[in-house]
Design a protein around this ligand. Structure first.
Ligand SMILES: Cc1cc2nc3c(=O)[nH]c(=O)nc-3n(C[C@H](O)[C@H](O)[C@H](O)COP(=O)(O)OP(=O)(O)OC[C@H]3O[C@@H](n4cnc5c(N)ncnc54)[C@H](O)[C@@H]3O)c2cc1C
Length: 311
């Protein structure tokens, strides 16, 4: 089976088919799988999942797919100028997992006076109001990230603003979407979950960060589960202005139930917590959630559950 697109959806569905017995190839235009996630986490996921794949074709585009009696013949090209591409291959199955596009143009929103961007998105303000004051929009159509939990929160805002205006309730009418962060989860095996800045993004933005990395080989619960391949990683502001008490800027984890735990990191970012706040929050033992407190302790230098870092 060929998966077109090495993003979250392609890899989730690939996991399902591979568990049912399919051998997988994946083709991805960019230089790594699961773009957007921290590379340290993806590396662990990829190591654990290497057995599912025959070929991972990065920096490669799909040019054509042709139905033949023996299967679907797919032709590739390098996504880099002058690069080489793999030879055409015949597959039993091809899973198309790229190119979700907003349908602003297809629904003729412009006929109601609603401005639609060239790409088909509808722009809204922080109250989810379009350029037409009594028309609101929420969800995938208003922009990235295209995630269900973002859509629901946006919908609550729109509903509150509309109800507030109709009822003359100023507090409701002043509702706004002002979340600092929106978490992402790949429901693969193991799961990968992340929120806020990744290490690469911090670097690209010139933000100095202190890292707290807690390996699940030191987690009693992960060991008992027989799944200690995971890692929890937190990033704290380490700029001179933070004076050693930098707030959490991002974090993530790879491992079983990672998606169930990422909400705590999102809350910590929303509340402006630092490493001491998180490390001194008592997490129950033995749980995977403990790894969040311990990753904060690692960043703080006070973790007694991992060997001290070599100087
Ligand atoms: C394979 C896949 C897996 C995903 N997994 C996750 C996940 O695990 N977690 C997550 O958070 N998000 C996930 N998403 C994304 C999530 O589904 C979307 O972000 C979410 O559904 C967006 O909600 P929405 O209301 O904006 O759009 P939609 O859910 O797409 O709802 C829009 C609705 O409008 C209808 N519609 C369209 N045009 C018209 C019209 N002219 N008249 C009337 N009705 C119309 C459509 O049929 C559709 O039912 C996944 C998406 C895909 C494709």
């Amino acid at each position: 089976m060929l998966i077109l697109g090495g993003g979250i959806i392609g890899l989730e569905m690939g996991t399902v088919y591979s568990t049912l017995g399919a051998r997988l190839d994946v083709v991805e235009m960019l230089d790594g799988l699961m773009q957007g996630a921290d590379r340290d986490l993806v590396k662990i996921w990829q190591k654990m999942n290497a057995k599912r794949f025959d070929n991972i074709m990065l920096k490669t585009k799909t040019v054509s797919a042709r139905a033949l009696p023996e299967g679907i013949e797919v032709t590739f090209a390098s996504a880099e100028e002058g690069g080489t591409a793999p030879a055409p291959q015949v597959y039993d199955l091809v899973l198309q997992a790229v190119g979700r596009t907003p349908n602003g143009k297809k629904i003729a929103a412009d006929k109601a006076g609603v401005a639609v961007t060239d790409r088909g998105f509808i722009n809204v303000d922080i109250q989810m109001r379009t350029n037409v004051p009594h028309i609101f929009a929420i969800g995938d159509i208003v922009g990235q990230p295209m995630l269900a939990h973002k859509a629901v929160h946006e919908a609550h805002v729109a509903a509150e603003v509309i109800a507030g205006e109709l009822q003359g309730n100023k507090e409701l009418a002043s509702a706004a979407f002002n979340a600092r962060v929106i978490p992402s989860v790949a429901y693969t095996d193991p799961e990968v979950a992340w929120v806020g800045l990744t290490e690469d993004q911090a670097k690209a933005q010139g933000i100095k960060v202190k890292k707290g990395l807690f390996p699940w080989t030191a987690s009693g619960r992960a060991i008992a589960n027989g799944r200690d391949e995971g890692v929890t990683k937190l990033l704290f502001d380490d700029s001179p202005e933070a004076h050693g008490h930098g707030k959490i800027l991002g974090g993530g984890m790879v491992g079983t139930h990672a998606g169930d735990m990422i909400g705590e990191v999102a809350l910590a970012i929303e509340m402006g917590a630092d490493a001491v706040d998180i490390g001194k929050t008592i997490h129950p033992h033995p749980t995977l959630g403990e790894s969040i407190g311990m990753a904060a302790e690692v960043a703080h230098g006070s973790c007694t559950d991992v060997p001290p870092a070599r100087k």
